[in-house]
Structures are given as C-alpha cells and as structure tokens.
Design a protein around this ligand. Structure first.
Ligand SMILES: [Zn+2]
Length: 443
C-alpha cells in the first residue's frame, strides 16, 4: 500500500491531478471522502460526518498551478471497505499499464487481481465506544470487530442454507468472545461465513453481529429462507426473534441432551432422545415420545417444552437440503482456532481469516438431485481433502450428523497472511479495549 503524506504547500499541476491523488488515497486507506467544494479555483475534501479530516487545495492566481493550502490529516473514523470513490474509471487507469504489457489478459484475471489487491466486497466493521469525558486523547475506544470476506459470501450462495451460530471465549488478557457464523458446503465441509470479536455474548452483541451478517447475506427476506442453528445461547434467541421473526431455527441436540441429562440421566432416555431427533417422519417421533412418557412423565414434559420443529428431523423443512441435528461444525471452528484464542486480537483474527480464505468454490451444485450429490461426494473428494493431512484438530462428528467423507484440514501458513494483516492492521492497531474481565472457561 502506498503511503500518503499530505504537506501544506505541495504543488499539483492541475485540479484533476489533485483529485486523482485524493481518490488514490481514499481507496488505499479505505476512507469515504467527499468533495464538498469543487470549482475552477478551489477544491475542498472532507471525510464522512463526525471525522475532522479535511484538505483544501486552491489555484494560484499568478500561474497555472494548484497548491495544497490546508490539511488536517487525522482521522477519527474507522476504515471503510465500501469506498465510493473507487469507480470503474479510476480502476481502468490503474490497470492500463498491466493491460498494455499483457493485452491478452482475461477479464477473469483482471477481476481476481482487483479483488486481491483491494479486497472488493469484503466487510470489515469496527464498533467503537465514544471517548469518556475527561480522557486525554478524545479518541473512541475499540469495542467490537466484524469480518466477512467476499469469497465466503460468494461460496455461501452455493452451499447448504444452514448457518451454525456459536460463541467461544477468548483467553487473552482482554477477555471477550468470538461469535461465528459457520456454513456447510455441499460436501458437508466447514465454510466459515463471518466472525466477530465482541465484549461478551449478550443480546446487544448478537444483534450487532446478526444485523451485519444479514446485510452481507443479501438482506432480511433472503435470510428468512435460511435455517439457523444454535445452542440457545444467552441473548441469541431474543436477537433472532427481533431481526428474523419466524425464521427456521434448530437447536443442537447434543446441547439439548446435555441439559436434559443433568436432571434425567440414564442410557435409555438418551437413546430415546436421539432416536426421536433422528426420526424422519412425525409418527416415529411421536412413538419415541410416548415411550419416554411411559418411562418418565417428568422427562417427557421437559422435552415437550421445546417444540419438535427445533430438534427433530421429522419436522425440519427440506428446502435447505440439510438434516443435521447437531451444531458440530461451529464447535469444530472453535477448536481449530483454539491456539489463537489466547493471543492478541490481530493474531486471533488471522487463523479465522486464513480459514475463510481457504474456502474454494464447492464442487457440487446444490440444485442437483440428492442422489447425484451423494455419489459425487463419495467419488470426488473436495479440494481440501486432497491436502496432506498434517494435523487435524477437528473433533470427530458424533451422533446424528452426516459424517464428512474426510476430516477438515486446517490450512497451513499461507502468503495471504500478510494480506490479512494489511486488511485488519490499521483499524485494530490503535485499539484500546475498555473492559477487562477474567474469561470463564468454555470447551
Ligand atoms: Zn476520517
């Protein structure tokens, strides 16, 4: 990334020259700048509302020269990944040189190049808290971070429309939690869609995360057709009801059973619950529940509090082409990033970003009939599975899940790492967490 240093008194040969420099600066530094004045003798540029960044350039009265007269080069805003100044016209100028040297360059390559260089379509949001009164630097404090990469968004379109939501604790000095949305590709492999680092799992943080996720996945109407799977986390259910009322939800049966077991232990009841969860038609589910009632009326009433549409296959919708009853991919994600969870924020984000970047276009199209998919899954291993399996940190899938043909292999260190660092560097480096709590152990 080019470094821009604005100095009062700098000369520009023309107005366009200055505007060009401003546009390049805006794109490279991720700032949504706006020309507030733009006439034959003056140009004034400002950053978005609330930020004091400003530059003013004027034409010299004696000669054909433009000079930077005033600049306030300090931003109080965060980096933006939807820079409006990045237009096709600007981009075509950047690509002119490479096109001249390689006139046979394909559109596909140009697209990939631009995507890689400027990270088009990815979403990175930093939530901040306004500085407290009496603080010295008046800078806002870091609160939350959200990352959703463009490739993940794209891949999700070709995947099973089931999203697993889960949170896990960060073990570093500053505490906090990671919230993650994990999808499932047609090969039943893990597809990280988005993740966020937040201060804790509560209604407010889940709402913030889900709002951004819904935006990234195509809006509310689109998301109402998806299925969300969770462990009934604190704050998540009210946030879901508020943002996506009546959307299909599933509760992880392993998690449901763990709660159930505390009050009603026993192998017999366990088997009944799993049989009821995996029942493929309503009568089978009813039969198992009747059996449970005969054994333990109280246990039956406890289970009936959660309607079967949340946990039994017999009541699931078929449209999302997925019948899993456990949220194991979310837990696998948490364990893949286990080592990083005790590291500082940028380091935490890297494995998650790397994981997300390793996502390739799924090999199977979901529009194909289920039978064709089955055969393809078994004969054509996905790209990931052909990697040498050096280390597998995923927990093996247990009961009630369609087992992936090969275990998920976390990607090794890649050169994309530096790109990831660039991407999240500027926003995270000057962060100051406000809350310091001792994290509770989970997993
Ligand atoms: Zn700014």
């Amino acid at each position: 990334m080019a470094d821009f240093k604005w100095e009062v008194g700098s000369y520009f040969s023309s107005k366009d020259d200055f505007k060009e420099a401003i546009t390049s600066y805006a794109v490279h530094s991720g700032r949504n700048l706006k020309f507030t004045k733009n006439d034959n003798v003056r140009v004034r540029v400002k950053c978005k509302d609330g930020c004091d960044w400003e530059a003013y350039c004027a034409k010299s009265s004696r000669e054909e020269t433009w000079q930077l007269r005033k600049v306030n080069d300090v931003h109080s805003c965060s980096r933006d990944y939807n820079v409006k100044m990045m237009t096709t016209k600007w981009l075509s100028k950047r690509l002119q040189k490479s096109l001249k040297t390689n006139p046979r360059m394909k559109i596909k390559d140009i697209k990939a190049k631009a995507q890689k260089k400027w990270n088009v379509g990815s979403t990175v949001k930093v939530g901040v808290e306004p500085s407290q009164e009496g603080s010295q630097n008046h800078l806002p404090y870091f609160k939350r971070l959200y990352i959703c990469l463009a490739a993940c968004k794209q891949s999700f379109k070709f995947s099973r429309h089931v999203i697993g939501l889960d949170g896990c604790f960060l073990k570093g000095l500053c505490g906090g939690q990671i919230l993650a949305a994990i999808g499932r590709d047609p090969n039943d492999q893990m597809l990280p869609i988005a993740f966020a680092v937040v201060e804790g799992e509560n209604r407010d943080s889940w709402t913030w995360f889900l709002e951004l996720l819904i935006d990234d996945l195509g809006g509310k109407n689109e998301c109402l057709t998806y299925t969300f799977m969770s462990d009934q986390q604190k704050g998540l259910l009210p946030a879901m009801d508020e943002l996506l009322p009546n959307v299909e939800q599933r509760f992880c049966v392993r998690h449901l059973y763990n709660n159930f077991r505390k009050r009603y232990p026993g192998k017999m009841l366990k088997e009944i619950i799993w049989r009821a969860a995996k029942a493929t038609y309503a009568q089978a589910w009813e039969r198992e529940m009747k059996r449970m009632r005969l054994i333990n009326e109280e246990a039956y009433l406890h289970m009936m509090k959660t309607p079967p549409r949340f946990w039994s296959r017999s009541y699931f919708r078929g449209t999302n082409k997925c019948d899993v009853v456990v949220n194991n991919l979310s837990e696998s994600f948490n364990s893949v990033i286990l080592e990083a969870r005790s590291k500082p924020l940028v380091t935490v984000s890297q494995p998650a970003v790397n994981l997300s970047q390793s996502v390739s276009q799924p090999a199977v199209n979901l529009s194909q009939p289920a039978s064709a998919q089955g055969s393809k899954t078994s004969t054509q291993p996905s790209k990931k599975s052909t990697q040498p399996s050096k280390k597998t940190t995923t927990r093996p899938a247990k009961l009630g899940v369609r087992r992936p043909t090969t275990p998920f292999v976390p990607p090794g260190p890649t050169t994309r790492l530096s790109a990831a660092k660039n991407m999240i560097g500027p926003t995270t480096r000057r962060t100051t967490p406000t809350k310091r709590t001792t994290p509770k152990k989970k997993n």
